[in-house]
Design a protein around this ligand. Structure first.
Ligand code: FAD
Length: 637
């Protein structure tokens, strides 16, 4: 099967407008006859459900949490990009497009990225109209700050709570539609499977997390906005409920999984401090606007930072990358932090940390200015670490944060399965092998507010509304399978907890498929994961019952999926014999230890097809064609 990305023809800048005109329309009177399922209520799902309902479609919206407002998007701190050029510092649609393609190490689709840059400004207008309290300059205009991989200031922010404020905006739009009866909300539901019948996605099977009941829901199209899978590493900055289940189940029903090995390791997180820790905390990238990253020049230097004189410090990012300094992209900053620690210059108890120091910024701008910009982040750091970052440099280390891989989608955000659309972090599009800071919120909202509302009409115009209902036999078959799997998990009655397995899987993934990978390690990891999966199905203990609120059972299902999905990640990483962005195979690096791409052999999207539990996945390649940007070795010097 060949993958058709359905990229419109014509000049890059005209593609989207032309496509919007060429897409078939559903007239307003007919829209209300269509029923659309949206799974997920983060920024992608919340914005999509609200926008589709506003257009007149009937929407069913599902999420795991008790309210849409608690989706993982609420955690986003630093900001959202848009090429408004409010700073008059040379930004443009083209520059945002170029920075994003380069930032992703030339592994994203040009047409999608250009569209993202084009609609970025509309997102800000939409959110301001909803009342999102973006930071403002003294004169009232919206403020901007800088994020990694860019030399302009294009990041809009609401202190360190940008995600929360944007989500409240999307939630209020969603609530308006719930009140209008156009969105029916199903909180506390977990999608366990996708129903595909007659070659089209026609609905989902969910578990009611309060009653344990298995429910069937049919629709004319299904939209997955279920977020990223960083929790496969156990320790990550993602919310506890973030998972791969919905996407992976869709994959097993035929949707291709693209670039699963592309993981983002964020350079500025609070370092791991114990074996039984369950979560890692991000310190927003915005801090690198003012914080300076350094380590002692001497290896094994255990003096407190205040006793290390200026001349004995290495501001390694500023030294190595004078143009971008502390604001190099995340993959580059993370690898450099690891390199310093591996060389013995790490700081703190574990020597797995580097300093992020605000002393110069406080001296220059004063404590009040710094507190205004980052006060809540400083407070958060102090609460966790019991150290005052106004007085002592923060200690930071890279941690798993975001996943660029996801279900394969075409230009319309539709997967290779007709009727299955995928938005936000759950799809693979736009960020290539490394996402730039503040671009996830931009992408999720672009997908939900400005792309899907057009493209889904083009699909639905060719679909008879209500053609398939839950009386179709496929719904019963799939619901029964979902119930059987739950019974199986409960019946094992072994000795090890779900978290115990998850933690072990996370360590395997971090050691062999983390910040640096190599072929021998990846091969080893595949064997270890297979063994662990075997043990899980023999020895896991899941207390409680199926017909009740049971969080151990919820977690068991998610971890069972991670145990299969982790193997796919390693296989993808092993097949990609190059380094690019977040995928750093130690065997492919430049003399200066930067990622070394192989454009001749790997300039494609790797889309994996599930062929059965016992057989190898099938690789499909979508070639990436660069007509507007020249493929070069990335440089931030
Ligand atoms: C700490 C932190 C800070 C960040 N800061 C920034 C930032 O400043 N700027 C930026 O651009 N990006 C940031 N990011 C990344 C960004 O927050 C996420 O990529 C983005 O919010 C993802 O949005 P989403 O709508 O795709 O998914 P999510 O917000 O993850 O929402 C997923 C939704 O799917 C639901 N769901 C999942 N599985 C199922 C299932 N099986 N059944 C039913 N429902 C399901 C969940 O309940 C939830 O409603 C940050 C990430 C983290 C972890």
């Amino acid at each position: 099967m060949s993958l058709d990305a359905k990229i419109p023809g014509g000049p890059l800048a005209d593609k989207w407008d032309r496509h919007k005109f060429e897409l078939k329309l559903v007239n307003p009177a007919n829209k209300r006859k269509y029923n659309i399922i949206v799974v997920g209520t983060g920024l992608a799902g919340g914005s999509a459900a609200a926008s589709l309902a506003e257009l007149g479609y009937d929407v069913k919206s599902f999420c795991i949490q008790d309210t849409p407002r608690r989706a993982h998007s609420i955690a986003a701190q630093g900001g959202i990009n848009a090429s408004k050029n409010y700073q008059n510092d040379g930004d443009s649609t083209w520059r945002l497009f170029y920075d994003t393609v380069k930032g992703g190490d030339f592994r994203a689709r040009e047409a999608n990225v250009y569209r993202l840059a084009q609609v970025s400004g509309n997102i800000i207008d939409q959110c301001v109209a909803q009342g999102v309290p973006f930071a403002r300059e003294y004169g009232g205009t919206l403020a901007n700050r800088s994020f990694g991989g860019a030399q302009v200031s294009r990041t809009f922010y609401a202190r360190g709570q940008t995600g929360q404020q944007l989500l409240l905006g999307a939630y209020s739009a969603l609530s308006r539609q719930i009140a209008a009866g156009k969105v029916t909300m199903y909180p506390r539901r977990e999608m366990l499977d996708l129903v595909v019948t007659g070659g089209k996605a026609r609905g989902i099977v969910v578990r009611n997390l309060i009653t344990g009941q298995i429910e069937k829901h049919a629709a004319d199209a299904v939209v997955l906005c279920t977020g990223g899978y960083g929790n496969v590493f156990f320790l990550s900055t993602n919310a506890m409920a973030s998972n791969v289940t919905a996407a992976f189940r869709a994959h097993k029903r035929g949707a291709f999984f693209a670039n699963p090995c592309y993981t983002q390791i964020h350079p500025t997180c609070i370092p791991v401090h114990g074996t039984y820790q369950s979560k890692l905390t991000l310190m927003s990238e915005s801090l690198r606007n003012d914080g300076r990253v350094w380590v002692p020049k001497e290896t094994g230097d255990t003096r407190p930072p205040s006793q290390i004189p200026e001349a004995e410090r290495s501001y390694y990012l500023e030294e190595k990358y004078p143009s971008f300094g502390n604001l190099v992209p995340r993959d580059v900053a993370s690898r450099n932090a690891k390199e310093q620690c591996d060389a013995g210059r790490g700081v703190g108890e574990t020597a797995l940390a580097v300093y992020l120091d605000f002393a110069d910024a406080i001296k220059r701008d004063g404590r009040d200015v710094i507190a205004k910009k980052y006060g809540n982040l400083f407070e958060m750091y102090e609460k966790i670490v019991a150290d005052d970052p106004y007085e002592t440099p923060m200690m930071i280390y890279p941690a798993v944060h975001y996943t660029m891989g996801g279900l394969w989608v075409d230009y319309n955000l539709m997967s290779n399965l007709d009727g299955l659309f995928v938005l936000g972090e759950a799809n693979f599009s736009d960020h290539g092998a490394n996402r730039l800071g503040a671009s996830a919120l931009m992408q999720g909202l672009a997908d939900g507010y400005f792309v899907l509302p057009y493209t889904i009409g083009g699909y639905l115009a060719g679909v008879t509304p209500g053609e398939v209902g839950t009386n179709d036999a496929a719904f019963d078959t799939i619901a029964t399978k979902a119930g059987d799997r739950i019974e199986k998990l409960l019946s094992i009655d072994g000795k090890r907890t779900v978290d115990d397995f998850h933690r072990q899987l996370g360590l395997i993934m971090w050691d062999y498929c983390g910040m640096a990978r190599n072929n021998a390690g990846l091969e080893k990891a595949i064997g270890l994961i297979q063994e662990l999966r075997g043990e899980f199905w023999q020895d896991v203990t899941v207390p409680g019952s199926a017909g009740d609120f049971n969080q151990s059972l919820e977690r068991a299902g998610r971890v069972a999926d991670f145990l299969e999905f982790g193997e796919l990640m390693c296989k993808d990483a092993l097949h990609r014999q190059e380094s690019c962005g977040g995928h750093f195979n130690e065997e492919y690096q430049t003399e200066e230890n930067e990622a070394l791409r192989d454009d001749e052999n790997f300039c494609y999207v790797a889309a994996w097809e599930h062929t059965g539990d016992e057989s190898e996945p099938n690789l499909h390649k979508e070639p990436l064609v660069f007509e507007n940007v020249k493929l070069t070795q990335r440089s931030y010097k």
